[in-house]
Design a protein around this ligand. Structure first.
Ligand code: BGC
Length: 723
């Protein structure tokens, strides 16, 4: 039972002056608020972000302090974590992140990001988990719990429907109620109701006409009233615009990116508004209560400060956990005739081609950037795995053009510039001009590198290509222009496969790419999301068979961008207003409805062994059910399988998807071993959101329960009736 701090909160509140309260509800530094020393209330210190604790910044400027004490463990991104489909891994990753956060002396970690991947081009998809709300919920809950075990707060972001970067501060996201409730809110709802998150971050965008940080429907009605949330709501940095609106809704702390802290909406302007009687002081009291409650929970105030956990960063245990998670996040997309794993015994020479074999990703992506203690690249991972008897010849293969030198401003400041201003547009034109001037030179370099790589591929028996994206594309503040592989990689891959049809393709990226030009021809394709400091080692271990892959895609990989619903309805990446016209038909829900075949479907991922499913049993009790399936490892290698349970409503009074993921379970099996897997389905798992009754309703009637290895690979099914 959690302690009740309400009396202590009221005592403190009674002693606070208006100025002191105002100090607590807005940033007094880029990542801290003001404390009240005389009452023992410390400042609230936060840090990004999802993949580890970000480097230390100057209090008022976007300048890194630049000391060497803020190198940290670099964790797998949320997309990599989601690819493990493993709740235990999520819990452990949370523990690592929480312990590092506390170890670095912070109170709040600005993570996890759990927005729905509505469109493959969203620049921040790599920070998010999935297109499916159930997968998000099942992994976010243990992740948050793991973080908060360490007396630090998770700050679940970005609440809500923040699924594009274009015009991110001003875009009005228009979402109908059912879609909001069924697709975009469940992750947050679970974070509040199941994981008891201590804090949430209000998103930049507007939702149905009002900025999320000033949105009464979202914050007052849904979050506080319906979900009973009593934690803290922190604004995204620069997400508050109007004093009265923010003061009078359930937002608690305004953070921003500029150093004029006294001019923040909830600083001097708020004091003025109270003095003029435009805003009542009681609305500030409510915010202070929520902040103090979180501080008590984190043992930041009172006698219990002595019991607060101290945390630790860069421990060997953290690195081990990160390695194990990275291993489970690697997805084997294709493996024709057992092309993989590559036998390393007796292997004399191998060619490794592609910039992503040696590129480091931890230091990019926006606020998710990390000063990693180290990051093992795929090339290093392969050399570590193979040892010195195999010659590893590396060629870049493709050319990444030099970037235009950044100006003085930190990207974070720049990313919030008014993108519609003439000044901004002139800057973009200048950049494009700079790039155009270099095009001829770049084409020449590309040609040289391609020729060198093709020659190498033709002369080696074993060739591994490592390409994909980088944080020039998977980045905060802008969306990708298309779903294509950049830097001329398609052309290179075709040439490599022609020169050596055995070439293995490995991709490191944060979001899907089109693979049409080589998907059929390639024998083996391996996919890695940005998976932390040990990612290169994990990939190498999979390629050479030390680890049997068990990752599954947490999102659909379309054949081509035009197949995506958002490409069809044109409601993505626009400025001003974006209407989620596809409704609940996001990701596989859309592909299945329209019978569009994806390149690789949701939940897909192969293993070096095989699994047989049998003996499905579904026991129904009222409006709940328990699904049991027996899984056997029928191959020769130990491995893990994720059994996915989908529910299809056979006689609904409203339009419903063909099927929806409602649970899953991952099992590790020795060769020949078989085990029973059980997935429990709650009433909500059969329900849709009824907009008349304003609640989730599970209608009585027939449902089909489907168990399978992916959305398209259903092995067993059974029809049941829910009473
Ligand atoms: C991002 C947040 C981040 C914050 C603080 C914002 O630009 O949207 O995700 O936590 O900056 O760096």
């Amino acid at each position: 039972m959690e302690k009740n701090f309400e009396k202590q909160i009221e005592d403190l509140l009674g002693q606070l002056t208006l100025d002191e309260k105002i100090g607590m509800v807005h940033g007094a530094g880029l990542f801290r608020t003001e404390g009240v020393e005389r009452l023992g209330i410390p400042p609230l210190k936060s840090s990004d972000g999802p993949m580890g604790v970000r480097n230390e910044f100057d209090n008022a400027h976007w300048i890194t302090v630049g000391t060497t004490d803020d190198y940290v463990s670099y964790l797998p991104s949320n997309s990599a974590l989601a690819a493990t489909w493993n709740k235990e891994r999520a819990k452990e990753a949370g523990r690592v992140l929480g312990e590092e956060t506390r170890g670095r002396g912070k109170d709040v970690i600005l993570a996890p990001g759990i927005n729905i991947k509505r469109d493959p081009l969203c620049g921040r998809n790599f920070e998010y988990m999935s297109e499916d709300p159930k997968l998000v919920e099942e992994l976010a809950v243990p992740l948050i719990e793991g973080i908060q075990e360490n007396d630090v707060a998770a700050c679940v972001k970005h609440f809500a429907a923040n699924s594009q970067e274009t015009d991110r501060l001003w875009v009005d996201t228009v979402v109908d109620e059912r879609t909001l409730r069924e697709i975009y809110l469940p992750g947050f709802e679970a974070a509040v109701k199941k994981a008891d998150t201590y804090s949430l971050m209000g998103a930049y965008n507007l939702l149905n006409g009002a900025h999320c940080c000033e949105n009464k429907v979202l914050l007052d009605q849904i979050l506080r009233k319906e979900w009973g949330y009593d934690g803290t709501v922190i604004s995204d940095w620069g997400g508050v615009h109007k004093t009265k609106e923010a003061a009078e809704c359930s937002l608690d702390v305004e953070m921003s990116i500029t150093d004029n802290f006294d001019e923040y909406a909830l600083a001097d302007p708020l004091r003025e508004a109270v003095k003029k009687g435009e805003v009542s002081e009681s609305s500030i009291d409510e915010k202070v209560r929520n902040i103090l409650r979180m501080m008590f929970r984190l043992k930041m105030i009172g006698e219990q400060t002595l019991e607060r956990k101290a945390g630790a960063y860069n421990t060997p245990e953290h690195r081990q956990t990160i390695l194990e998670t990275a291993r489970e996040s690697v997805v084997l997309l294709k493996n024709k005739n057992g092309r993989l794993p590559i036998k390393k015994e007796g292997l004399k020479k191998i060619a490794v081609i592609g910039c992503n074999a040696e590129q480091i990703h931890s230091n990019g992506g926006g606020s998710a950037e990390i000063k990693a203690l180290y990051e093992i690249s795929p090339l290093m991972g392969m050399k570590m795995t193979l040892g010195g008897n195999t010659e590893v010849v590396f060629a870049r293969g493709y050319y990444i053009p030099e970037r235009e030198p950044e100006g003085e401003a930190n990207w974070q400041e720049a990313s919030l510039e008014d993108q519609k201003s003439e000044e901004y547009k002139a800057k973009i034109r200048e950049k494009e001009e700079w790039e155009k001037q270099r095009e001829a030179e770049n084409a020449l370099k590309r040609k040289e590198l391609l020729e060198e790589a093709v020659k190498l591929a033709a002369s080696c028996e074993e060739v591994i290509f490592v390409g994909g994206l980088d944080h020039e594309f998977d980045i905060e503040g802008r969306d990708r222009p298309d779903m294509k592989l950049p830097y001329g990689q398609e052309e290179l891959i075709e040439a490599l496969l022609n020169a050596n049809p055995n070439t293995v393709l490995a991709f490191v990226a944060g979001s899907p790419i089109e693979m049409n030009r080589f998907r059929d021809k390639a024998k083996a394709i391996v996919w890695c999301y940005y998976a932390g400091m040990e990612s290169g080692k994990a990939l190498a271990e999979v390629l050479f068979g030390k680890i049997n892959p068990s990752g599954k895609l947490p999102e659909t990989f379309a054949m081509k961008y035009e197949d995506c619903v958002t490409a069809k309805n044109g409601e993505f990446g626009k400025e001003g207003r974006v209407e989620f016209k596809e409704g609940i038909y996001v990701g596989y829900r859309y592909f299945e409805k329209e019978k569009i075949e994806p390149a690789f479907c949701f939940g897909h991922g192969l293993s070096y062994t095989e699994f047989a499913y049998k003996d499905m049993e579904v026991s129904v009790q009222g409006k709940t059910a328990e699904v049991t399936v027996s899984v056997q490892n029928t191959g020769k290698l130990a491995g893990a399988e994720t059994v996915q349970v989908y529910v299809a409503d056979k006689e609904a009074s409203v339009d419903r998807p063909i099927k929806e993921l409602k649970g899953f379970s991952k099992v590790f099996l020795e060769p020949g071993e078989s085990r029973k897997v059980t997935v429990s389905l709650a009433e909500r798992d059969f329900a849709f959101y009824d907009t008349d009754q304003k609640e989730f309703v599970a209608e009585a009637g027939e449902f089909e329960i489907l168990a399978g290895a992916s959305a398209a690979d259903i092995r067993l099914k059974q029809t049941i009736a829910i009473g």
